[in-house]
Design a protein around this ligand. Structure first.
Ligand code: HEM
Length: 153
């Protein structure tokens, strides 16, 4: 780590304060988002034991005694992926995004003047009944092709 810091300070124009603030930011954005996502995933599974059972089955099928827990093994778990996606939909760790136009542009047919800041309401979009049927319901099958959706059953 000290080698990396020395390199950054000698070969870039970044000051030690900027490097330190970036390290702290990295720690915060990486830690808080991940822990919040995992906590809400555990909560959702506890409240919906049918999905917890489906996930446990997928994990048991994919991980036999002696299986090495690699990135590829975990990546080959579509229901786990759906559980995480549905958790991030219901409880997005980042609830809004902002973008400021650096020049006059059009977003589709809407003119956006240079300097205008646009807010993208992630949380509201994720809970919009026009976009997600029964939006407050935890239903990972929205993101999982081969599972019957709760509202279809
Ligand atoms: C569930 C976990 C995570 C979620 C939901 C998440 C969400 C996001 C979102 C929405 C943005 C875009 C912000 C914007 O453009 O205004 C972002 C950017 C970023 N995230 Fe994450 N993040 C997660 C995990 C992590 C982890 C683990 C790290 C690092 C260890 C990380 C590092 C960053 C960084 C450095 C940026 C800024 C990228 C840039 O400069 O454009 N994130 N993240």
């Amino acid at each position: 780590m000290s080698l990396l810091l020395k390199h950054l300070m000698c070969f870039t124009e970044l000051s030690s304060e900027v490097i330190l603030s970036q390290c702290v930011l990295f720690f915060l954005v990486g830690y808080d988002t991940t822990s919040s996502c995992l906590s809400f995933a555990a909560y959702n599974l506890a409240m919906n034991p049918q999905f917890q059972d489906m996930l446990a089955k997928e994990i048991d099928d994919k991980i036999q005694p002696g299986t090495k827990l690699t990135y590829d093994v975990v990546n080959d778990m579509p229901f786990l992926d759906a559980v995480i996606s549905e958790t991030l939909r219901l409880y997005p760790p980042v609830v809004i995004l902002e973008r400021t136009a650096r020049e006059d542009i059009f977003v589709r047919e809407f003119p956006v003047k240079k300097g205008t800041t646009i807010t993208i309401p992630i949380y509201s979009l994720h809970r919009d009944p026009n976009l997600f049927r029964d939006p407050d319901k935890f239903d990972p099958s929205r993101f999982h092709q081969s599972t019957t959706r709760v509202w279809d059953s």
